[in-house]
Design a protein around this ligand. Structure first.
Ligand code: ACO
Length: 430
């Protein structure tokens, strides 16, 4: 099949008497795309939030929002999260194939050599005031990884990938321990990537020796690793398009992820469930949502118009693994009740709003003993592999110019009647 190539038929666009032939580009699966480049900037397209814009070609991830389907490089997400550990998934995303045993060992050996944090990273962490938000600490610590005698502008993407994938779990575990008033723990190269992370967070609780916990950690990292052109990936590739270093690009992804409309939703969702408190309060909460006085966190998605497969997976994982350890989890039961009621509510039905990954992930992470304000850090740890895969693809496979959109200017005009205000143009607003 010709991927991303022209279909014979063109779309025709007539604007003010000018006719444009716009090629149709075939996707290997999913929507056909109209190539607007023949407009050659004679007209711009207007698409706030890029709701209808394909900004690039990519082979990394596919989402069918109507069917609730998610694939990384043509492999179904359920299969990846069930049968493969996170490091294999990182290899798949970045290099394009699930690794052989030898490839995986070689990859892990390179990471193991780069895990140690620099003294300047540790010194910086020691100065961070207690109570700082873990996502803000992460941004600060990532900055310290850039400070090297050798300028990062010349760092290759592959070298930066090894350095960042190696260090990010060590940095995140150190942030967790800092929040608990504890010193960081050195990694143990004998352990798998996820077991090592659990060990560096909870050495005494020995969760890293519990296969179920390690499997759950791997699955959670895999489910969060990649999601095509989401807000943080778009931010990351925008920064990378200026030829900024991969470190600076990943740092910008962390900043974009921190917002409650994106990666910060898992934290906001657990806080919301705690505020709702019990099932009797669900109807009054949903009433507030329909009156626009509240937002149901963990619901709704730009792409999914059915249940996010990652939410389904985590819900099942919770039942299979965590409920073995705990008889009742009131927050999980409350979330399941809330989901049922929302899905039967006209407001949510009409807008096709379903649970997204963040609806159950926070509950799962709480049950795994992570504090609420740390959830988004775990998301960033996992998504670092997706960001770096897109940076590499954009640089080496589907290169394109610097990301620089145009605008519909509705402001004042120099030398025009001083009485004229931007309101004159308000009819042009959507
Ligand atoms: N609660 C209540 N109403 C909602 C919600 C929600 N969670 N999500 C969307 N809506 C409403 C909107 O108000 C809008 O209503 P309208 O058409 O009457 O104006 C309609 O549903 C469509 O929503 P948009 O905001 O236009 O959808 P968009 O694609 O721009 O935004 C987003 C998607 C940001 C995820 C949104 O659904 C949201 O804010 N959800 C809550 C936060 C959340 O869970 N974020 C995590 C997303 S997954 C991730 O990033 C990992």
């Amino acid at each position: 099949m010709n991927r991303g190539t022209n279909i014979k038929e063109n779309a025709k666009l007539e604007v003010e008497g000018n006719i444009f032939e716009l090629p149709l580009l075939r996707a290997s699966q999913g929507q056909t795309v109209i190539d607007v480049s023949p407009l050659k900037s004679s007209y711009f397209t207007y698409d706030p939030g890029f709701k209808n814009t394909a900004a690039c070609k990519s082979e990394i991830c596919f989402i069918d929002g109507a069917k609730g389907k998610l694939e990384y490089r043509g492999v179904d997400i359920d299969k990846l999260a069930s049968d493969h550990d996170y490091l294999e998934v990182v290899h798949l995303l970045y290099f394009g194939n699930l690794p052989s045993k030898e490839e995986l060992n070689a990859f892990k050996a390179k990471l193991d050599k780069n895990m140690k944090l620099s003294q300047q990273t540790l010194n910086y962490l020691a100065t961070v005031p207690k109570g700082s938000h873990p996502m803000e600490i992460l941004m600060g610590l990532l900055t310290t990884t850039m400070l090297k005698p050798k300028n990062n502008e010349s760092a290759s993407i592959d070298d930066a990938m090894i350095d960042l994938i190696a260090k990010i779990p060590v940095i995140c575990a150190a942030i967790y321990r800092h929040g608990q008033g504890l010193k960081p723990i050195d990694p143990d190269p004998e352990l798998s990537y996820s077991a090592n992370f659990l060990y560096m967070c909870f050495p005494d609780a020995k969760f890293h020796l519990d296969d179920d916990f390690v499997k759950a950690m791997d699955a959670i990292f895999t489910l969060h690793a990649e999601h095509e052109q989401n807000a943080s990936t778009t931010t990351t590739t925008t920064v990378a398009s200026t030829d900024a270093s991969p470190y600076a690009s990943v740092l910008s992804g962390v900043a974009a992820l921190s917002g409650p409309k994106h990666g910060g939703a898992n934290e906001a969702c657990v806080n919301m469930l705690k505020e709702i408190g019990n099932r009797e309060n669900i109807p009054s909460f949903l009433d507030k949502v329909t009156k626009r006085e509240a937002v149901l966190m963990g619901f709704g998605h730009r792409v999914y118009k059915s249940k996010d497969p990652r939410a389904t997976f985590i819900q099942k994982l919770f039942k299979d693994i965590i409920s073995k350890a705990e008889k009742d989890n009131p927050l999980f039961d409350l979330a399941q009740d809330l989901e049922k009621k929302a899905l039967n509510d006209e407001f949510f039905k009409k807008r096709a709003l379903f649970p997204n990954v963040d609806f159950y992930s926070g509950i799962m992470l709480s049950a795994m003993n992570f504090p609420t304000n740390f959830f988004t850090v775990l998301f960033a740890l996992a998504r670092t592999s997706g960001w770096l895969s897109h940076i590499k693809e954009r640089a080496e496979v589907y290169s394109q110019p610097i990301t620089r959109p145009r605008q519909l200017y509705v402001g004042k005009v120099a030398d025009e009647d001083p009485e004229v205000t931007p309101d004159k143009y308000s009819h042009q607003k959507p």
